[in-house]
Design a protein around this ligand. Structure first.
Ligand code: SF4
Length: 329
């Protein structure tokens, strides 16, 4: 089993040793999942957020200048109908961290579940909530939850998110206790982050027993305190993806759109390093254009783009790995 030193070493590999690392990561992925890539549709439900992360244009301090939206349950359901016609069985409902989403998303979940006769992974990404709220969303049909810890360096976390890491980790524990399939993840290249801290991120999540992991290169966004900070390194992020695959081969690991934001072709390279998930954006354009996660000029990956990336990587689109009888598109 890989330890902290092993992982730290993997993060520094270059040249032929790095290519060997990627080959091992691809082999581990194939052993677990064959050539199937999980295809997820994301619906962005609100750009309102009560948190003030220094790296995010949707931070609370920008609320007064952002064009805020909060989709109604009916609007979420209408988009889900379109996703259903594509044969995609993972729907991620994602938004800023506000308590109102417990009600709005919760109201949409049972109908979306019915659209699929229950054969759907309803994945939420709505931030910290109380255990009672998580329990309520689970009862309404949610199956999985992404709650990235971003960095396991408690001082750095506090400095950039202005909240305590322990609160975030307590949410992960609650979600696991309640039977969710849980995803965490980190940002690579945050100012002040060390390689040891990244290695610790991976071990922390392995020890907590999460089911999904992600790593995204830091993208300095306009209108944030970190707008002038250097961007995260894509090559290091690829090493992180491969190290995650070897640390816990069963993790579902996306090649995220931030890879594409940093370098053209970056998302394809994530699959070469062992990723097995792609996310496409199903949010109606009116809302999507207000969801400023990397600023106004973010590149949005649609379904056709996701299919092209999968084909380019020599892989095949697939469905949720968390449903007992997965229907493949
Ligand atoms: S990263 Fe998430 S929690 Fe932080 S400000 Fe942005 S939307 Fe809110």
């Amino acid at each position: 089993m890989l330890d902290q030193n092993d992982i730290r070493t993997l993060l520094t590999l270059q040249g032929s040793e790095r290519e060997e690392l990627f080959a091992q990561a691809r082999a581990a992925r194939t052993d677990m999942y064959g050539d199937r890539v999980v295809v997820r549709a994301v619906i962005e439900v609100t750009n309102l957020c009560r948190v003030d992360c220094d790296f995010c244009p949707m931070r609370r301090s920008n609320t007064s200048t952002n064009d805020v939206f909060h989709q109604t349950p009916a609007e979420m359901i209408e988009t889900a109908i379109g996703v259903r016609t594509l044969g995609v069985d993972v729907i991620c409902l994602q938004g800023g961290e506000v308590p109102q989403t417990t009600k709005s998303v919760g109201a949409a979940l049972p109908t979306i579940c019915d659209l699929y006769d229950g054969r759907v992974e309803l994945l939420l990404n709505l931030g910290n909530k109380t255990r009672a709220e998580y329990a309520s969303l689970r009862e309404q049909g949610a199956t999985s939850y992404i709650i990235k810890h971003e960095t396991s360096d408690a001082d750095l976390y506090l400095r950039l998110r202005h909240e305590a890491l322990t609160q975030r980790l307590a949410c992960i524990t609650d979600l696991l206790d309640l039977g969710y399939r849980v995803g965490s993840g980190m940002i690579i290249g945050l100012p002040g982050q060390s390689l040891d801290s990244i290695a610790h991120d991976i071990l922390l999540c392995r020890d907590m027993g999460v089911h999904m992991m992600s790593a995204a290169p830091f993208v300095p966004a306009p209108d944030t305190p970190l707008a002038g900070a250097p961007a995260g390194d894509v090559d290091l992020t690829l090493n992180v993806l491969a190290a995650m695959r070897l640390a816990q081969p069963a993790w579902t690991i996306p090649s995220v759109s931030a890879m594409r934001a940093r370098v053209e072709g970056g998302q394809r390279r994530g699959f070469d390093a062992g990723a097995n998930v792609i996310v496409f954006n199903a949010t109606p354009a009116d809302f999507r254009n207000k969801y400023l996660i990397y600023g106004k000029n973010r590149k949005v990956s649609d379904y056709d783009y996701a299919m092209d990336v999968i084909a380019d990587a020599g892989l095949t689109p697939g469905g949720s790995v968390f449903l007992t009888e997965t229907r493949q598109p």
